[in-house]
Design a protein around this ligand. Structure first.
Ligand SMILES: NC(=O)c1ccc[n+]([C@@H]2O[C@H](COP(=O)([O-])OP(=O)(O)OC[C@H]3O[C@@H](n4cnc5c(N)ncnc54)[C@H](O)[C@@H]3O)[C@@H](O)[C@H]2O)c1
Ligand SMILES: [Zn+2]
Length: 469
């Protein structure tokens, strides 16, 4: 029997079948819907089994069918369970001994009751959801899911990466492999040296050679395990290997969880500039496991928070206080990521002008990075850039006077700098901003932060702005 089964569990109407089916499809695994298998075996619907035979008989049948579907052949599968399957301790022990139980985090109990109300009649134990809250909460491996553009499935949770990585073709960041490979039970077939300086064509070519040696063909799938550098490069190597093979992204930094892992951009740097060679190639699955954050150094947590605060400005979720003393929870990550995912869905290939909003703070940030020869990190530059651009919005009469301070306070609370380094001012950055790759004609297009939920794409003639300043 396989040890690699994934069991999807959770309250009635929490979306177990939908997630199970989508996940199986993307993992290339078999899918079993336990309720459907029971109906097939019994020859009647589940409410009918309940009325004619009673709950006890239903649970016996359920336990029997669970054992038969999970043990059929040595191949791992994804099994969507019923809402009460694991109430029996022996069923729970059975599933936990030959696989991993992913328990769906439902949006809220009220939402659940509302959904069940809508589906009343078809679910015999629907109203038990609230009663069983403690039971569901006792499962440590949590998951929530949604779709990025191009049917890319995004799952966010805890304790979910080992089951997804098992037996796959993993490309890992060297540092991440050193810390996590053994714990996760994975043996990457290729590793990428850590650091932006290795985000080069020569590393890409190294990956192609590793793919060749591994004998990867058109139908194979590679998995990236690491931060944004690993994801961008593994995705790009996958996009170009045999004209495109599929890939799965398992981001391990906060920045890659809330930003780089979705949106389909892949690529590498050139001496002439960052991310100049690349392709849109959406991963078919993104697995965000908040457990990875436990080994991330504080400055990289802060870097991720900079992009999270940027998303808060775009999405207008600024009223929810960012708790900087704790690591972000899967719920916070999922909520934040939805801002980017929402925009990418509307403009997957950056052709409609919507994705420009994600560039909030970045026109100044890129100039700060260049001016300081990258001594200021990207996350720090984003914080400084957002505040400088908020000040620009005030100068242009687009934002209220107190807005930059309010925005700055949020970044400062996350341990990020909010003032330009000594020797730099806005005017000195103008020539560098004019060279920004998102420039149009003589003007520069900014995604100007003007308030929470008010980021605007604005074309600005910087020669005018410099004089105003
Ligand atoms: N594709 C996109 O849409 C997109 C968006 C934003 C940024 N990016 C790219 O992402 C890159 C930056 O990503 P990043 O900040 O994740 O950098 P990174 O991948 O270089 O990771 C930063 C460092 O953290 C280490 N690390 C990763 N996970 C760890 C963990 N769990 N524990 C301990 N150490 C860990 C890595 O070894 C590395 O040294 C840039 O190249 C940027 O261009 C891409
Ligand atoms: Zn950024």
């Amino acid at each position: 029997m396989s040890n690699g089964n994934i069991y999807i569990y959770g309250a009635p109407a929490s979306g177990k079948s939908t997630l199970g089916k989508a996940l199986a499809e993307r993992l290339g695994a078999d899918f079993v819907d336990l309720d459907a298998a029971i109906v097939e075996k019994a020859g009647m619907s589940i409410p009918e089994i309940f009325t004619t035979k009673g709950e006890g008989a239903f649970r016996d049948l359920e336990s029997e069918v669970l054992r038969s579907v999970a043990s059929r052949e040595p191949r791992a599968r994804v099994v969507s369970l019923g809402g009460g399957t694991l109430l029996r301790d022996d069923n729970r022990a059975f599933c936990e001994s030959n696989g991993t139980v992913f328990c769906i985090d439902t949006p809220s109990e009220d939402e659940l009751v509302r959904r069940i109300g809508a589906a009343a009649g078809s679910r015999p134990l629907g109203n038990k959801a609230k009663e069983r809250a403690a039971h569901y909460a006792s499962f440590p491996n949590r998951v929530a899911s949604f779709f990025d553009a191009q049917e890319s499935l995004v799952v966010v949770g805890r304790g979910i990466s080992a089951a997804v990585l098992a037996g796959r073709n993993v490309v890992a960041d060297e540092t991440v492999a050193g810390i996590w490979a053994e714990r996760l039970g994975v043996a990457p077939f290729a590793t990428i040296p850590s650091g932006e300086e290795h985000k080069t064509p020569s590393t890409i070519s190294g990956l192609w050679h590793a793919f060749a040696e591994k004998g990867l063909g058109r139908k194979d799938c590679v998995v990236a395990l690491g931060g944004g550098v690993t994801g961008d490069m593994t995705g790009f190597a996958a996009a170009t290997w045999m004209r495109g093979i599929s890939w799965i992204n398992v981001p391990t930094t906060l920045l890659s969880m809330v930003d780089a892992s979705t949106g389909g951009k892949t690529g590498c740097d050139l001496p002439e500039g960052k991310n100049l060679a690349g392709a849109f190639h959406f991963p078919r699955l993104v697995v965000i496991d908040a457990d990875f954050l436990s080994t991330l150094p504080p400055e990289l947590i802060a870097a991720g928070r900079a992009e999270m605060i940027k998303h808060e400005a775009i999405g207008g979720v600024g009223s929810s206080k960012l708790k900087v003393e704790n690591l972000p929870t899967p719920q916070e990550i999922a909520q934040n990521l939805m801002v980017k995912v929402g925009i990418v869905r509307e403009d997957p290939f950056e052709t409609k002008g919507r994705r420009i909003l994600l560039n909030c703070g970045h026109t100044v940030a890129h100039a700060v990075e260049k001016a300081t020869k990258y001594r200021v990190s990207h996350g720090e530059a984003v914080a400084i850039g957002c505040v400088e651009e908020a000040r620009l919005a005030v100068r242009l009469g687009l934002a209220p006077a107190q807005w930059p301070d309010e925005f700055a306070a949020r970044f400062a609370a996350a341990g990020l700098p909010v003032e330009l380094p000594d020797g730099l001012d806005f005017d000195s950055l103008v020539p560098l901003m004019r060279g920004d790759k998102k420039r149009e004609g003589g003007s520069v297009v900014f995604a100007l932060p003007c308030g929470w939920g008010d980021v605007r794409g604005v074309k600005i003639d910087l020669s005018q702005v410099s004089k105003v300043h």
